[in-house]
Write a protein that binds this ligand. Structure first.
Ligand SMILES: Cc1cc2nc3c(=O)[nH]c(=O)nc-3n(C[C@H](O)[C@H](O)[C@H](O)COP(=O)(O)OP(=O)(O)OC[C@H]3O[C@@H](n4cnc5c(N)ncnc54)[C@H](O)[C@@H]3O)c2cc1C
Length: 403
Protein backbone atom coordinates (compact mmCIF):
# COMPACT_ATOMS: atom_id res chain seq x y z
CA UNK A 1 0.00 0.00 0.00
CA UNK A 2 1.43 3.41 -0.99
CA UNK A 3 1.85 6.33 1.42
CA UNK A 4 -0.72 8.31 -0.60
CA UNK A 5 -3.30 5.49 -0.16
CA UNK A 6 -2.67 5.30 3.58
CA UNK A 7 -3.04 9.04 3.94
CA UNK A 8 -6.29 9.09 1.89
CA UNK A 9 -7.63 6.31 4.12
CA UNK A 10 -6.73 8.28 7.24
CA UNK A 11 -8.44 11.35 5.81
CA UNK A 12 -11.72 9.57 5.13
CA UNK A 13 -11.59 7.70 8.46
CA UNK A 14 -11.21 11.01 10.31
CA UNK A 15 -14.03 12.60 8.32
CA UNK A 16 -16.33 9.66 9.04
CA UNK A 17 -15.48 9.75 12.77
CA UNK A 18 -16.12 13.51 12.87
CA UNK A 19 -19.47 13.16 11.07
CA UNK A 20 -20.62 10.46 13.51
CA UNK A 21 -19.45 12.51 16.51
CA UNK A 22 -21.04 15.78 15.33
CA UNK A 23 -24.29 14.13 14.26
CA UNK A 24 -25.01 10.89 16.17
CA UNK A 25 -27.32 9.03 13.75
CA UNK A 26 -29.59 7.81 16.54
CA UNK A 27 -30.40 11.41 17.53
CA UNK A 28 -31.58 12.73 14.17
CA UNK A 29 -33.87 11.87 11.24
CA UNK A 30 -32.16 9.72 8.59
CA UNK A 31 -32.75 12.32 5.89
CA UNK A 32 -30.96 15.02 7.89
CA UNK A 33 -27.99 12.75 8.62
CA UNK A 34 -27.68 11.80 4.94
CA UNK A 35 -27.76 15.50 4.00
CA UNK A 36 -24.80 16.13 6.35
CA UNK A 37 -23.01 13.11 4.89
CA UNK A 38 -23.50 14.47 1.36
CA UNK A 39 -22.37 17.99 2.27
CA UNK A 40 -19.14 16.63 3.77
CA UNK A 41 -18.29 14.72 0.58
CA UNK A 42 -18.92 11.31 2.14
CA UNK A 43 -21.84 10.26 -0.06
CA UNK A 44 -19.62 8.90 -2.84
CA UNK A 45 -16.02 9.92 -2.04
CA UNK A 46 -14.99 9.41 -5.69
CA UNK A 47 -17.50 12.03 -6.93
CA UNK A 48 -16.29 15.63 -7.39
CA UNK A 49 -16.15 18.07 -4.46
CA UNK A 50 -19.52 19.82 -4.08
CA UNK A 51 -21.41 16.87 -5.57
CA UNK A 52 -21.31 14.55 -2.58
CA UNK A 53 -17.67 13.57 -3.07
CA UNK A 54 -14.06 14.47 -2.41
CA UNK A 55 -12.54 13.50 -5.76
CA UNK A 56 -10.80 10.49 -4.13
CA UNK A 57 -10.29 6.94 -5.40
CA UNK A 58 -13.49 4.84 -5.83
CA UNK A 59 -11.73 2.12 -3.81
CA UNK A 60 -12.38 4.21 -0.66
CA UNK A 61 -16.14 4.25 -1.15
CA UNK A 62 -16.87 0.85 0.44
CA UNK A 63 -14.55 1.71 3.33
CA UNK A 64 -16.62 4.82 4.10
CA UNK A 65 -19.92 2.94 3.73
CA UNK A 66 -18.72 0.12 6.01
CA UNK A 67 -17.55 2.49 8.76
CA UNK A 68 -20.71 4.56 8.62
CA UNK A 69 -23.01 1.52 8.79
CA UNK A 70 -20.94 0.15 11.70
CA UNK A 71 -21.46 3.54 13.38
CA UNK A 72 -25.24 3.19 13.09
CA UNK A 73 -25.72 5.52 10.09
CA UNK A 74 -28.76 5.06 7.83
CA UNK A 75 -28.21 3.37 4.46
CA UNK A 76 -28.70 5.66 1.47
CA UNK A 77 -28.57 2.58 -0.76
CA UNK A 78 -31.52 0.85 0.91
CA UNK A 79 -33.65 4.00 0.90
CA UNK A 80 -33.19 4.74 -2.81
CA UNK A 81 -31.69 1.64 -4.36
CA UNK A 82 -31.94 2.60 -8.03
CA UNK A 83 -31.12 6.25 -7.50
CA UNK A 84 -28.08 5.49 -5.38
CA UNK A 85 -26.60 2.55 -7.28
CA UNK A 86 -27.47 3.38 -10.89
CA UNK A 87 -28.79 6.89 -11.52
CA UNK A 88 -26.20 8.80 -9.48
CA UNK A 89 -23.14 7.26 -11.21
CA UNK A 90 -24.82 7.91 -14.57
CA UNK A 91 -25.69 11.51 -13.70
CA UNK A 92 -22.17 12.29 -12.54
CA UNK A 93 -20.69 11.05 -15.83
CA UNK A 94 -23.29 12.32 -18.33
CA UNK A 95 -25.21 15.10 -16.53
CA UNK A 96 -25.00 18.85 -17.08
CA UNK A 97 -23.91 21.06 -14.17
CA UNK A 98 -27.54 22.02 -13.62
CA UNK A 99 -28.63 18.36 -13.48
CA UNK A 100 -25.89 17.31 -11.07
CA UNK A 101 -26.56 20.25 -8.72
CA UNK A 102 -30.32 19.83 -8.90
CA UNK A 103 -30.66 16.07 -8.48
CA UNK A 104 -27.76 14.43 -6.61
CA UNK A 105 -28.38 15.69 -3.07
CA UNK A 106 -32.12 14.90 -2.80
CA UNK A 107 -31.40 11.57 -4.50
CA UNK A 108 -28.86 10.70 -1.83
CA UNK A 109 -31.10 11.73 1.06
CA UNK A 110 -34.00 9.83 -0.60
CA UNK A 111 -36.18 12.93 -0.53
CA UNK A 112 -36.53 12.09 -4.22
CA UNK A 113 -36.64 8.39 -5.05
CA UNK A 114 -35.68 7.35 -8.61
CA UNK A 115 -36.71 4.57 -10.96
CA UNK A 116 -35.21 3.17 -14.16
CA UNK A 117 -37.41 3.35 -17.28
CA UNK A 118 -35.57 0.99 -19.66
CA UNK A 119 -37.47 -2.29 -20.22
CA UNK A 120 -40.50 -2.48 -22.48
CA UNK A 121 -42.93 -5.29 -23.32
CA UNK A 122 -40.96 -5.90 -26.56
CA UNK A 123 -37.49 -4.89 -25.35
CA UNK A 124 -35.88 -6.49 -22.28
CA UNK A 125 -32.60 -8.32 -22.87
CA UNK A 126 -32.39 -6.49 -26.19
CA UNK A 127 -33.32 -3.15 -24.62
CA UNK A 128 -31.71 -1.23 -27.51
CA UNK A 129 -34.66 -2.29 -29.67
CA UNK A 130 -37.03 -0.16 -27.54
CA UNK A 131 -40.01 1.55 -29.16
CA UNK A 132 -41.04 4.37 -26.78
CA UNK A 133 -40.82 7.53 -28.91
CA UNK A 134 -39.66 11.04 -27.94
CA UNK A 135 -40.33 13.70 -30.54
CA UNK A 136 -38.88 17.20 -30.27
CA UNK A 137 -41.32 20.11 -29.97
CA UNK A 138 -39.43 23.40 -29.48
CA UNK A 139 -37.76 23.32 -26.05
CA UNK A 140 -39.59 20.16 -25.09
CA UNK A 141 -39.90 16.50 -26.06
CA UNK A 142 -43.22 14.69 -26.34
CA UNK A 143 -43.05 11.10 -25.13
CA UNK A 144 -45.39 8.23 -26.05
CA UNK A 145 -44.96 4.54 -25.25
CA UNK A 146 -44.91 1.90 -22.54
CA UNK A 147 -42.29 0.80 -20.04
CA UNK A 148 -42.56 -2.30 -17.84
CA UNK A 149 -41.07 -3.93 -14.72
CA UNK A 150 -40.29 -0.45 -13.38
CA UNK A 151 -39.17 -1.05 -9.81
CA UNK A 152 -40.46 1.48 -7.24
CA UNK A 153 -42.04 3.73 -9.89
CA UNK A 154 -45.00 4.12 -7.50
CA UNK A 155 -42.81 5.98 -5.00
CA UNK A 156 -40.45 7.60 -7.49
CA UNK A 157 -40.30 11.34 -8.09
CA UNK A 158 -38.13 10.89 -11.21
CA UNK A 159 -37.15 8.20 -13.66
CA UNK A 160 -34.16 7.72 -15.91
CA UNK A 161 -35.85 7.20 -19.27
CA UNK A 162 -34.46 6.01 -22.58
CA UNK A 163 -36.55 6.65 -25.68
CA UNK A 164 -36.21 6.47 -29.45
CA UNK A 165 -35.60 9.86 -30.99
CA UNK A 166 -34.46 8.76 -34.49
CA UNK A 167 -36.08 5.65 -35.98
CA UNK A 168 -34.03 6.05 -39.17
CA UNK A 169 -30.83 5.17 -37.31
CA UNK A 170 -29.79 1.61 -36.36
CA UNK A 171 -31.20 0.63 -32.97
CA UNK A 172 -28.24 1.65 -30.78
CA UNK A 173 -27.80 5.02 -32.44
CA UNK A 174 -31.28 6.59 -32.38
CA UNK A 175 -31.81 6.54 -28.59
CA UNK A 176 -31.73 9.53 -26.21
CA UNK A 177 -31.82 9.56 -22.39
CA UNK A 178 -34.02 11.86 -20.26
CA UNK A 179 -34.74 12.65 -16.63
CA UNK A 180 -38.50 12.17 -16.48
CA UNK A 181 -40.81 13.72 -13.88
CA UNK A 182 -42.98 10.80 -12.76
CA UNK A 183 -45.77 13.15 -11.67
CA UNK A 184 -46.02 15.04 -14.97
CA UNK A 185 -49.31 14.95 -16.88
CA UNK A 186 -49.40 11.97 -19.26
CA UNK A 187 -47.39 9.61 -17.01
CA UNK A 188 -49.46 6.76 -15.59
CA UNK A 189 -48.09 4.17 -13.13
CA UNK A 190 -49.91 0.85 -12.67
CA UNK A 191 -48.81 -1.92 -10.24
CA UNK A 192 -47.62 -5.39 -11.34
CA UNK A 193 -47.85 -8.03 -8.60
CA UNK A 194 -45.10 -10.62 -8.15
CA UNK A 195 -45.38 -14.16 -6.76
CA UNK A 196 -44.39 -12.84 -3.31
CA UNK A 197 -47.74 -10.99 -3.36
CA UNK A 198 -45.99 -7.62 -3.48
CA UNK A 199 -45.88 -5.15 -6.34
CA UNK A 200 -42.31 -3.87 -6.25
CA UNK A 201 -42.58 -3.00 -9.90
CA UNK A 202 -45.04 -1.37 -12.29
CA UNK A 203 -45.97 -0.72 -15.88
CA UNK A 204 -45.77 2.88 -17.05
CA UNK A 205 -47.74 4.51 -19.82
CA UNK A 206 -46.54 7.74 -21.44
CA UNK A 207 -49.25 9.58 -23.36
CA UNK A 208 -48.06 12.89 -24.82
CA UNK A 209 -45.96 13.46 -21.69
CA UNK A 210 -43.71 16.51 -22.04
CA UNK A 211 -40.07 16.66 -20.92
CA UNK A 212 -38.13 19.94 -21.14
CA UNK A 213 -34.94 19.71 -23.20
CA UNK A 214 -32.86 20.76 -20.15
CA UNK A 215 -33.80 17.38 -18.70
CA UNK A 216 -32.17 15.52 -21.59
CA UNK A 217 -29.24 13.46 -20.25
CA UNK A 218 -26.36 13.46 -22.73
CA UNK A 219 -26.48 14.39 -26.39
CA UNK A 220 -29.37 13.57 -28.72
CA UNK A 221 -28.78 10.06 -30.11
CA UNK A 222 -26.21 9.20 -27.42
CA UNK A 223 -28.65 7.48 -25.07
CA UNK A 224 -27.13 4.04 -25.56
CA UNK A 225 -23.82 5.19 -24.06
CA UNK A 226 -25.76 6.63 -21.11
CA UNK A 227 -27.63 3.33 -20.64
CA UNK A 228 -24.42 1.28 -20.69
CA UNK A 229 -23.11 3.35 -17.75
CA UNK A 230 -26.35 2.63 -15.88
CA UNK A 231 -26.43 -1.09 -16.73
CA UNK A 232 -22.80 -1.69 -15.71
CA UNK A 233 -23.43 0.04 -12.39
CA UNK A 234 -26.68 -1.91 -11.97
CA UNK A 235 -24.82 -5.23 -12.21
CA UNK A 236 -22.23 -4.14 -9.69
CA UNK A 237 -25.01 -2.85 -7.46
CA UNK A 238 -26.95 -6.15 -7.56
CA UNK A 239 -23.97 -8.52 -7.68
CA UNK A 240 -21.94 -6.55 -5.16
CA UNK A 241 -24.67 -6.83 -2.56
CA UNK A 242 -23.09 -9.88 -0.93
CA UNK A 243 -23.03 -10.71 2.77
CA UNK A 244 -19.88 -11.26 4.81
CA UNK A 245 -18.36 -14.76 5.19
CA UNK A 246 -20.89 -17.16 6.70
CA UNK A 247 -23.68 -14.57 6.81
CA UNK A 248 -26.70 -13.82 4.60
CA UNK A 249 -28.48 -16.73 2.87
CA UNK A 250 -25.75 -19.32 3.56
CA UNK A 251 -25.75 -18.32 7.24
CA UNK A 252 -29.51 -18.89 7.23
CA UNK A 253 -28.99 -22.35 5.67
CA UNK A 254 -26.47 -23.32 8.36
CA UNK A 255 -28.87 -22.11 11.07
CA UNK A 256 -31.71 -24.16 9.59
CA UNK A 257 -29.52 -27.26 9.34
CA UNK A 258 -28.57 -26.94 12.99
CA UNK A 259 -32.18 -26.36 14.02
CA UNK A 260 -33.71 -29.25 12.05
CA UNK A 261 -30.98 -31.85 11.41
CA UNK A 262 -28.18 -31.48 13.94
CA UNK A 263 -27.26 -34.92 15.40
CA UNK A 264 -29.43 -36.77 12.86
CA UNK A 265 -27.33 -39.53 11.21
CA UNK A 266 -30.01 -40.66 8.72
CA UNK A 267 -29.08 -40.91 5.04
CA UNK A 268 -31.40 -37.99 4.29
CA UNK A 269 -29.73 -35.75 6.90
CA UNK A 270 -26.27 -36.68 5.62
CA UNK A 271 -27.32 -35.94 2.03
CA UNK A 272 -28.57 -32.52 3.16
CA UNK A 273 -25.29 -31.92 4.94
CA UNK A 274 -23.44 -32.71 1.69
CA UNK A 275 -25.58 -30.14 -0.13
CA UNK A 276 -24.96 -27.61 2.62
CA UNK A 277 -21.19 -28.10 2.40
CA UNK A 278 -21.24 -27.76 -1.40
CA UNK A 279 -23.30 -24.58 -1.09
CA UNK A 280 -20.95 -23.18 1.52
CA UNK A 281 -18.01 -23.65 -0.84
CA UNK A 282 -19.91 -22.01 -3.74
CA UNK A 283 -20.96 -19.17 -1.44
CA UNK A 284 -17.36 -18.51 -0.51
CA UNK A 285 -16.30 -18.59 -4.19
CA UNK A 286 -19.11 -16.12 -5.01
CA UNK A 287 -18.14 -13.85 -2.14
CA UNK A 288 -14.51 -13.79 -3.27
CA UNK A 289 -15.53 -13.24 -6.92
CA UNK A 290 -17.55 -10.27 -5.78
CA UNK A 291 -14.69 -8.99 -3.69
CA UNK A 292 -12.47 -9.13 -6.78
CA UNK A 293 -15.11 -7.32 -8.88
CA UNK A 294 -15.45 -4.72 -6.15
CA UNK A 295 -11.66 -4.20 -6.03
CA UNK A 296 -11.56 -3.78 -9.81
CA UNK A 297 -14.51 -1.39 -9.52
CA UNK A 298 -12.25 0.62 -7.23
CA UNK A 299 -10.02 1.28 -10.22
CA UNK A 300 -12.77 3.01 -12.26
CA UNK A 301 -15.96 2.43 -14.26
CA UNK A 302 -17.24 -1.14 -13.87
CA UNK A 303 -16.54 -3.54 -16.73
CA UNK A 304 -17.56 -7.17 -17.44
CA UNK A 305 -16.48 -8.28 -13.96
CA UNK A 306 -19.71 -6.69 -12.69
CA UNK A 307 -21.68 -9.03 -14.97
CA UNK A 308 -19.70 -12.05 -13.74
CA UNK A 309 -20.38 -11.08 -10.12
CA UNK A 310 -24.07 -10.54 -10.89
CA UNK A 311 -24.33 -13.98 -12.53
CA UNK A 312 -22.61 -15.70 -9.60
CA UNK A 313 -24.74 -13.85 -7.02
CA UNK A 314 -28.05 -14.63 -8.79
CA UNK A 315 -27.46 -18.34 -9.27
CA UNK A 316 -26.01 -18.78 -5.80
CA UNK A 317 -28.88 -16.97 -4.11
CA UNK A 318 -31.48 -19.11 -5.83
CA UNK A 319 -29.71 -22.38 -4.94
CA UNK A 320 -29.18 -21.38 -1.30
CA UNK A 321 -32.81 -20.43 -0.72
CA UNK A 322 -33.91 -23.69 -2.40
CA UNK A 323 -31.72 -25.51 0.11
CA UNK A 324 -33.15 -23.43 2.98
CA UNK A 325 -36.69 -24.46 2.07
CA UNK A 326 -35.64 -28.13 1.78
CA UNK A 327 -33.92 -27.94 5.17
CA UNK A 328 -37.23 -26.85 6.71
CA UNK A 329 -38.81 -30.19 5.73
CA UNK A 330 -42.61 -30.16 5.42
CA UNK A 331 -42.68 -26.69 7.01
CA UNK A 332 -40.85 -25.47 3.92
CA UNK A 333 -44.00 -25.93 1.88
CA UNK A 334 -46.02 -23.50 4.02
CA UNK A 335 -45.74 -19.83 3.15
CA UNK A 336 -46.09 -18.15 6.52
CA UNK A 337 -47.67 -14.97 5.17
CA UNK A 338 -50.97 -14.56 3.34
CA UNK A 339 -49.46 -12.98 0.21
CA UNK A 340 -50.45 -9.43 1.19
CA UNK A 341 -51.09 -7.37 -1.95
CA UNK A 342 -48.92 -4.42 -1.01
CA UNK A 343 -46.79 -1.90 -2.89
CA UNK A 344 -43.59 -1.76 -0.79
CA UNK A 345 -41.37 1.30 -0.41
CA UNK A 346 -38.22 -0.85 -0.64
CA UNK A 347 -37.20 -3.37 -3.28
CA UNK A 348 -35.19 -6.58 -3.36
CA UNK A 349 -34.11 -9.09 -0.78
CA UNK A 350 -34.47 -7.04 2.36
CA UNK A 351 -36.51 -9.78 4.00
CA UNK A 352 -35.55 -12.27 6.71
CA UNK A 353 -38.61 -14.42 5.92
CA UNK A 354 -37.10 -17.53 4.25
CA UNK A 355 -40.27 -18.42 2.33
CA UNK A 356 -40.56 -14.95 0.90
CA UNK A 357 -36.83 -14.77 0.18
CA UNK A 358 -37.09 -18.10 -1.69
CA UNK A 359 -39.81 -16.66 -3.93
CA UNK A 360 -38.11 -13.26 -4.37
CA UNK A 361 -34.75 -14.85 -5.21
CA UNK A 362 -36.25 -16.33 -8.40
CA UNK A 363 -36.15 -12.82 -9.85
CA UNK A 364 -32.40 -12.43 -9.24
CA UNK A 365 -31.53 -14.20 -12.48
CA UNK A 366 -33.88 -11.93 -14.49
CA UNK A 367 -33.56 -8.43 -12.97
CA UNK A 368 -30.59 -6.37 -14.08
CA UNK A 369 -30.03 -8.68 -17.07
CA UNK A 370 -30.76 -12.41 -17.21
CA UNK A 371 -28.18 -15.09 -16.37
CA UNK A 372 -28.16 -16.15 -20.05
CA UNK A 373 -27.26 -12.61 -21.09
CA UNK A 374 -24.59 -12.41 -18.35
CA UNK A 375 -23.11 -15.65 -19.74
CA UNK A 376 -23.02 -14.11 -23.21
CA UNK A 377 -21.10 -11.13 -21.82
CA UNK A 378 -18.75 -13.45 -19.95
CA UNK A 379 -18.18 -15.52 -23.09
CA UNK A 380 -17.57 -12.58 -25.39
CA UNK A 381 -15.82 -10.03 -23.20
CA UNK A 382 -13.95 -12.17 -20.68
CA UNK A 383 -13.25 -15.42 -22.54
CA UNK A 384 -12.99 -13.81 -26.00
CA UNK A 385 -15.40 -16.29 -27.64
CA UNK A 386 -17.08 -15.35 -30.95
CA UNK A 387 -20.00 -12.91 -30.56
CA UNK A 388 -23.64 -13.70 -31.23
CA UNK A 389 -24.91 -12.99 -34.76
CA UNK A 390 -26.33 -9.44 -34.78
CA UNK A 391 -28.34 -9.21 -37.99
CA UNK A 392 -30.03 -5.90 -37.08
CA UNK A 393 -26.87 -4.03 -36.03
CA UNK A 394 -26.60 -1.71 -39.06
CA UNK A 395 -30.25 -1.73 -40.18
CA UNK A 396 -32.41 1.38 -39.52
CA UNK A 397 -34.58 0.61 -36.47
CA UNK A 398 -37.80 1.30 -38.40
CA UNK A 399 -36.91 -1.48 -40.91
CA UNK A 400 -36.25 -4.20 -38.31
CA UNK A 401 -39.21 -6.63 -38.13
CA UNK A 402 -40.94 -6.61 -34.73
CA UNK A 403 -43.53 -8.96 -33.29
C1 LIG B 1 -37.70 -8.01 -10.02
C2 LIG B 1 -37.42 -7.29 -11.31
C3 LIG B 1 -37.21 -5.93 -11.30
C4 LIG B 1 -36.95 -5.24 -12.49
N1 LIG B 1 -36.78 -3.87 -12.44
C5 LIG B 1 -36.61 -3.18 -13.59
C6 LIG B 1 -36.53 -1.74 -13.57
O1 LIG B 1 -36.61 -1.12 -12.51
N2 LIG B 1 -36.40 -1.09 -14.74
C7 LIG B 1 -36.31 -1.74 -15.95
O2 LIG B 1 -36.15 -1.08 -16.96
N3 LIG B 1 -36.40 -3.11 -16.00
C8 LIG B 1 -36.54 -3.83 -14.86
N4 LIG B 1 -36.66 -5.21 -14.89
C9 LIG B 1 -36.65 -5.88 -16.21
C10 LIG B 1 -35.43 -6.72 -16.51
O3 LIG B 1 -34.32 -5.91 -16.81
C11 LIG B 1 -35.82 -7.62 -17.68
O4 LIG B 1 -36.84 -8.49 -17.22
C12 LIG B 1 -34.66 -8.42 -18.19
O5 LIG B 1 -33.71 -7.59 -18.82
C13 LIG B 1 -35.12 -9.51 -19.21
O6 LIG B 1 -35.95 -8.97 -20.18
P1 LIG B 1 -37.35 -9.65 -20.51
O7 LIG B 1 -38.08 -9.86 -19.25
O8 LIG B 1 -38.01 -8.83 -21.57
O9 LIG B 1 -37.00 -11.09 -21.10
P2 LIG B 1 -36.54 -11.43 -22.58
O10 LIG B 1 -35.46 -10.52 -23.00
O11 LIG B 1 -37.73 -11.53 -23.45
O12 LIG B 1 -35.89 -12.86 -22.35
C14 LIG B 1 -36.69 -14.06 -22.30
C15 LIG B 1 -35.75 -15.25 -22.16
O13 LIG B 1 -34.88 -15.30 -23.31
C16 LIG B 1 -33.52 -15.30 -22.90
N5 LIG B 1 -32.71 -14.55 -23.86
C17 LIG B 1 -33.00 -13.33 -24.37
N6 LIG B 1 -32.01 -12.91 -25.19
C18 LIG B 1 -31.05 -13.88 -25.14
C19 LIG B 1 -29.78 -14.04 -25.78
N7 LIG B 1 -29.29 -13.10 -26.59
N8 LIG B 1 -29.07 -15.16 -25.51
C20 LIG B 1 -29.55 -16.12 -24.68
N9 LIG B 1 -30.77 -16.03 -24.07
C21 LIG B 1 -31.50 -14.93 -24.29
C22 LIG B 1 -33.53 -14.64 -21.54
O14 LIG B 1 -32.40 -15.02 -20.78
C23 LIG B 1 -34.83 -15.12 -20.95
O15 LIG B 1 -34.66 -16.41 -20.38
C24 LIG B 1 -36.90 -5.93 -13.73
C25 LIG B 1 -37.11 -7.33 -13.74
C26 LIG B 1 -37.37 -8.00 -12.54
C27 LIG B 1 -37.60 -9.48 -12.60
Amino acid sequence: MTTATTSAQQTVDELVDRLLADHPPADMPAQQFLGEQFDRGLAWVHFPVGLGGLGLSPSLHQRVVGRLIAGGAPSAMLRNVIGYGMVAPTLVVHGTDYQKQRYLRPLFTAEEVWCQLFSEPGAGSDVASLATRAVRDGDEWIVNGQKVWTTLAHVAAFGLLIARTDPDQPKHKGITAFLADMHAPGVEVRPLYQMTGEAEFNEIFFTDARIPDVERLGAVGEGWGVSVTTLMNERVSIGGNVARRGQGPIGEAVRLYQEHWSGDRSAHALALRDRLMAQWVRSEATRLTNQRASDLRGLGTPGPEGSVAKLAFAEQNKLTYELCVDLMGAEGMLHSSDYPRVRPRLAGLTTTDVHKAFLRARANSIEGGTSEVMRNILGERVLGLPGEPRADKDVPWKDVPRS
